[in-house]
Design a protein around this ligand. Structure first.
Ligand code: RIB
Length: 306
């Protein structure tokens, strides 16, 4: 059986976004210029990114039994994503993210996990048969760590490629790294995981080497305005960032990881997948919102002139 599916395990949030001239100081009130509601959550964003690149995609996680949860499921289904492994949790509200964006496109995010916080290792055990049918299993750190670790171990045991986007960053047990096919931290996440302050290519290489030495097969560090850097046992590569007008960076990293997974699932090399994901993420920062900013495959190919 051909394994070309992508299973994304992770969070779903309703993003409540306020545009402000600048982020308020302690005790200060600042008048915002715009308010928007977008579908978000690192897991759901990555699932949308994989699906818009053409990968058959499954999303697993939890939403609350409320309007936000119902809307989230409907939005994923409209993308053609299989939601049959999403649990509706009657005990919790759906996840919500409060996002403040300034005029430079910088963001601050506060997340109330709600049902995302109830995702459990038992949920992951139930996913083992579907993991066995998937090429890639994609996981982030916006659900409880115990569930993440159970998912990584189970997906690895089922022979799937495991892609971990370690966001938001937290320390991980050393024995989990050999189960990872690809890890995709940004600069600050790479620093938290390795202790190496990542600011340029040389420090990215140093941090990536630490992760490689822990047993990950491939390390891809997203470097914002400096592009993306990759290191495997067979060598390194770097793709500079595309010069674009940055409007909103929310979900740029998610677009990168989801697009990367889609290309790996269809059998592209890691280097090809990173080049493509780097372009997808560049397009995402030119648009507002989390899921609305994720480009389709046709848009990425046009951007790359292919
Ligand atoms: O990575 C961006 C996402 O982080 C947002 O969509 C928000 O929901 C938070 O989870």
């Amino acid at each position: 059986m051909q394994r070309n599916k992508v299973l994304v395990i992770g969070s779903l949030n309703m993003d409540l976004v306020v545009q402000v001239p600048r982020v308020p100081r302690d005790g200060e009130t600042v008048l915002g210029s715009e308010f928007h509601r977008y579908f978000g959550g690192k897991g759901a964003n990555q699932a949308v990114a994989a699906a818009r690149q053409g990968a058959p995609t499954i999303m697993a996680g939890r939403v609350g039994a409320d309007a936000f949860g119902r809307d989230q499921i409907a939005a994923l289904q409209a993308e053609g994503i299989d939601t049959s492994y999403l649990l509706v949790d009657a005990e919790c509200s759906s996840g919500v993210a409060f996002i403040v964006i300034d005029t430079q496109g910088n963001n601050r995010i506060m997340v109330v996990p709600g049902a995302n916080g109830a995702v459990s290792p038992q949920d992951m055990a139930a996913l083992e048969p579907v993991m066995a049918e998937c090429s890639c299993v994609v996981i982030q750190l916006e659900i409880p760590l115990a569930a993440v670790l159970a998912a990584v171990r189970a997906a690895h045991a089922q022979g799937a490629k495991v892609i971990l986007n370690p966001a938001p960053a937290q320390p991980l047990p050393l024995d989990i790294y050999p189960c990872l096919t690809v890890i995709t931290p940004n600069e600050s996440e790479a620093q938290l995981l390795t202790g190496v302050a990542v600011s340029d290519l040389a420090s990215a290489r140093q941090a990536a080497q630490v992760l490689l030495d822990r047993g990950v097969l491939a390390v891809v560090i997203t470097l914002g305005a400096q592009g993306a850097y990759g290191l495997t046992l067979s060598g390194e590569f770097h793709f500079p960032a595309h010069p674009v007008d940055v409007v909103d960076t929310v979900a740029a990293g998610d677009t990168f990881t989801g697009a990367l997974a889609a290309l790996i699932a269809e059998g592209r090399s890691l280097k090809e997948a990173v080049e493509y994901a780097n372009a997808a993420a560049a397009l995402a920062v030119t648009r507002r919102g989390a899921q609305p900013s994720v480009p389709t495959r046709a848009e990425v190919l046009r951007f790359l002139g292919k």
